[in-house]
Design a protein around this ligand. Structure first.
Ligand SMILES: [Zn+2]
Length: 216
């Protein structure tokens, strides 16, 4: 099977897995992946993660000009902003409307520079510091501009009152990272106000050093 055929299949399989577990419902959420020659596969507009068709994914060249497939997601600027600013570190991007991440984005005590409390080592390893971005109107090009504004420094962001956008080196990494974000947001809500024992600054610093986490 060609690389392109493999990525088409894998994208639809991972999207269905997320849909089946309630991580994004209806026609919400979108996903993209870069092929080794620079072309980009993106989920179509209005498509449901449970029923993506490998043959109908939108295909773009390495300058974001569409080559074939259905019309892409309206949230394409969220994806292109990550590919443009993070270069070879980004092979895939996933955006969900996942409940716990959205709920946590509404809480007044959240630090927008580091939105997840340090509850587990894996959230730090997989996500680095997660940036909370403001609320934007659907389709507002300022969404992509806000990601550009991070200049490639963050692999994971949450759009307030909307949902997470996470980049990874490939599809599996991006999907596992967004799942880690959603689970950590859930833990943060479960322990909110209960004075949980957080990882110490020293413990965080050791994780950042050992796993070369993007933290600054
Ligand atoms: Zn969205």
């Amino acid at each position: 099977m060609s690389e392109e055929a493999q990525i088409r299949e894998q994208m639809c399989r991972l999207a269905k897995s997320m849909f089946d577990r309630g991580l994004t419902g209806g026609a919400s959420g979108n996903i993209s992946a870069r092929l080794s020659d620079g072309r980009l596969l993106v989920s179509p507009t209005g498509s449901c993660f449970g029923f993506l068709d490998p043959a109908r994914l939108s295909l773009f060249d390495d300058e974001f000009q569409q080559i074939s497939g259905d019309k892409p997601t309206k949230e394409m600027p969220l994806h292109s902003a990550f590919y443009e600013t993070r270069g070879a570190k980004t092979g895939a991007v996933v955006h969900l409307h996942s409940s716990h991440s959205v709920a946590l984005s509404l809480m007044p005590e959240i630090d927008p520079e580091n939105m997840l409390p340090p509850l587990t080592a894996y959230s730090i390893m997989r996500l680095g510091k997660v940036k909370l971005l403001p609320y934007f109107m659907p389709g507002d090009p300022a969404m992509g501009e806000a990601i550009h504004g991070l200049a490639g420094k963050r692999s994971a962001v949450v759009l307030a009152n909307h949902g997470p956008v996470v980049a990874g080196k490939d599809l599996e990494a991006a999907v596992y990272a967004v799942e880690e974000l959603e689970e950590t947001a859930k833990l943060a809500l479960l322990t909110r106000g209960a004075n949980p024992r957080l990882l110490s600054q020293l413990q965080i610093a050791s994780i950042v050093e050992k796993f070369d986490v993007e933290w600054n």
